[in-house]
Design a protein around this ligand. Structure first.
Ligand code: C5P
Length: 218
């Protein structure tokens, strides 16, 4: 297909979701937060009492998720779950289910279905490497672990959740290590991805850089 995709991959709490959503808005493109699908699978498992290592049952859950994305909010089984999805508990669960090949396969077609005219901006770990290998623009967006912990801390506080900075730093590091070490679709910068280091960049600067990379390829 010639529908353009901008793939933004990177570690947790790097700000890639915020940047991707703003790039999508600037271009009038659709937006897919692929991490939300792994988080939704973990949340659905928690609610149904499915163990986080029961690969077959989790793949089945992932395939049949009753989910709705609308106006920046996410619904699971008809209930708004956007805030609960962002907690570290669910992020950690997501990272566990995401290491299972059958779960990744179950979510593949669902992700590709978001590729609709006039274009798609998506963020995750393997958007440029596995899900949309023909993406027009591939970005690896990162920031130092300390900065990422700060960003997640702020985000959680703004949503009214309790958070502890040093615990967050530890949890993020643990999650990144697991995401990088897994055998399927590990977190790493692809050879064809542009590195965008945002530790000292504002959100607007990061958005402008992604837009410039995309426009330079047209
Ligand atoms: O990006 P986010 O923090 O929401 O992702 C949650 C978890 O889902 C990640 O830690 C990662 O293990 C997994 N994930 C993935 N592939 C993606 C997006 C997320 O494995 N494309």
């Amino acid at each position: 297909t010639d529908i353009p995709v901008i793939a933004i991959d990177g570690p947790s709490a790097s700000g890639k979701g915020t940047v991707a959503a703003l790039v999508a808005r600037a271009l009038g493109f659709h937006y897919l937060d692929s991490g939300a699908l792994y988080r939704l699978t973990a949340l659905a498992a928690q609610r149904r009492g499915v163990a986080l290592d029961d690969e077959a049952a989790l793949a089945q859950l992932a395939r049949n998720l009753d989910v709705r994305f609308e106006g920046g909010e996410i619904w699971l089984d008809g209930e708004r779950v956007s805030d609960e999805l962002r907690t570290e508990r669910i992020g950690n669960g997501a990272s566990k289910v995401a290491a299972l090949p059958a779960v990744r396969t179950a979510l593949l077609e669902r992700q590709r279905a978001f590729r609709q005219a006039p274009g798609l901006v998506t963020d995750g770990r393997d958007m440029g490497s596995v899900v949309f290998p023909d993406a027009a623009t591939k970005i690896f967006l990162t920031a130092s672990a300390e900065e990422r912990a700060q960003r997640r801390y702020k985000q959680l506080m703004e949503k009214g959740f309790d958070a502890n900075l040093s615990n967050l730093l530890e949890e993020l590091s643990e999650r990144d290590a697991r995401d990088a070490a897994r055998s399927v679709a590990p977190l790493k910068q692809g050879a064809d991805a542009i590195l965008l280091e945002t530790t000292h960049l504002s959100i607007d600067q990061a958005v402008a850089t992604v837009l410039a990379c995309y426009q330079a390829r047209q």
